[in-house]
Design a protein around this ligand. Structure first.
Ligand code: URA
Length: 431
């Protein structure tokens, strides 16, 4: 291990044997944390070649179980977002893609900190179960083309251990390490094709377009190197996506899009990602053809029917999405009013996420309970005019006071005198 650290420190390229020696030894506990931290720091400064990154990713996949989706008929395509506030795209894209016959076998996690988790949001629907046997999961995907389950099995344990170490040793922000970490989990969950939604902007992991492009390119290279077709869409996270943040709030907004409502940024991004997924699955031959067919399924109710099928198959109360007023609700509605007139120039997405977390929509620590009915509705987004005293957002809260959230929301909004353009939604696509 000493030789491997010194080789990387001095800018050398690690061999497959050396990378596997490290990943296997660290996972088993034979290599101590101090040597693993020295190597990750050396990687942080020296980087990795494309081949080294692909090998590291494969070694992390091989450190644990992989999910075998071969019992599911058809070309399986997965979607992954690098994380954002108000990102309920999975609940739109999953049913939408399933509605044209592409199987979606989605394994998701819970939320921590300012971004919510897919499973927590789904559990806003009474009775909906996310734990199921592998056979049930595969049966549901074969029958309805769609299932969402909690992650089972021991996927990429090397990544779990390394990520925890990177978190406390200043080595999270390394492109090959982030790309390898995300892709190892995606590859272990078995899809044939992967569409990545790489967020960019103030509320994203990567704040600049250049860093986001580099991360996207790195992940696409890994996927393609390891035999999975991978496409990355770089999309905006300079403000929350759509108007709703929270659990029931986000399910409601996603269901509305599936019922044909046009919330511009959310509908556009969903159609963009779903189009790439269905082209990868070879159901359509071009992006344009896919987009047109998918947009039609938003209007004609087929995509919404796919969501109903999912809820029913996972024992959820369908009446909650048929009539969205039946979703859990908070006790109070509190307007957070603008302190001056002007144009909304910026909305710090992370602060909005934290304000929602303070209300109980998210977890500050792993063991916190989620309150599904609380959340935030944005009335104003970047470029909108607001009058002094007008509500910027409405909090749905069980606490009449909610001062910490109000302060956080007011901090999140910047109001300017000059007109501000709406941010670009989709910057580029990397294949
Ligand atoms: N998310 C991950 O899963 N891994 C990283 O390294 C960073 C973000």
């Amino acid at each position: 291990m000493y030789d491997i650290i010194v080789k990387k420190r001095d800018g050398g390229e690690l061999t497959k044997e050396e990378i596997y020696f490290f990943v296997d030894g660290y996972t088993k506990g034979d290599i101590p944390d101090y040597q693993a931290s020295a190597l990750t720091m050396a990687i942080y400064f020296q980087g990795m070649t494309q081949e080294e990154t692909a090998t590291l990713t494969q070694a992390m996949v091989d450190s644990g179980e992989t999910i075998d989706l071969s019992a599911i008929k058809g070309h399986k395509v997965d979607k992954h977002s690098t994380g954002g506030v108000g990102d309920k795209v999975t609940f739109i894209v999953g049913p939408l893609v399933a509605s044209v016959g592409v199987p979606v076998a989605k394994m998701s996690g819970r939320g921590l900190g300012h971004t919510g988790g897919t499973l927590d949001k789904l559990e806003s629907i009474k009775g909906l179960e996310i734990e199921m046997t592998k056979d049930q999961f595969i049966h549901n995907v074969n029958t309805h083309k769609l299932a969402v389950a909690g992650q089972t099995g021991n996927l990429a344990p090397a990544d779990k251990k390394l990520y925890a170490l990177r978190d406390v040793t200043g080595t999270v922000d390394s492109l090959p390490l982030i790309a390898g970490s995300i892709m190892s989990k995606k590859l272990a969950s078995g899809a044939d094709g992967i569409v990545l939604d790489v967020k960019t902007g103030s509320g994203a992991f990567m704040k600049t377009l250049e860093d986001s492009k580099n991360l996207a390119q790195e992940m696409v290279n890994i996927g393609n190197n390891l035999g999975r077709q991978t496409v990355a869409v770089i999309s905006d996270m300079n403000q929350p996506l759509g108007f709703e943040v929270g659990n029931a709030n986000e399910i409601k907004e996603a269901a509305e899009i599936l019922q044909g409502k046009n919330v511009e940024d959310l509908r556009e991004l969903s159609l963009e990602l779903a189009s790439h997924m269905t082209v990868l699955a070879e159901v359509f031959t071009s992006y344009e053809e896919a987009y047109e067919a998918l947009a039609k399924n938003l209007e004609n109710g087929k995509a919404f029917q796919s969501l109903r099928n999912l809820v029913e198959a996972q024992n959820g109360d369908v009446s909650m999405i048929d009539n969205l007023d039946n979703l859990p609700k908070a006790k109070y509605k509190i307007d957070v009013k603008a302190e001056k007139s002007g144009y909304v120039a910026a909305i710090d997405a992370e602060s909005i996420g934290i304000a929602a977390m303070y209300l109980g929509a998210g977890r500050a620590t792993k063991d916190d309970e989620i309150n599904h009915g609380v959340g935030i509705t944005l009335n104003k987004k970047i470029g909108d005019w607001v009058e002094e005293g007008e509500a910027l957002v409405v909090l749905q809260s069980d606490d009449e006071d909610s001062q910490a959230s109000i302060t956080k929301v007011l901090d999140a909004y910047s109001i300017a005198e000059e007109k501000v353009e709406k941010p670009t939604l989709i910057y580029t696509v990397i294949k």
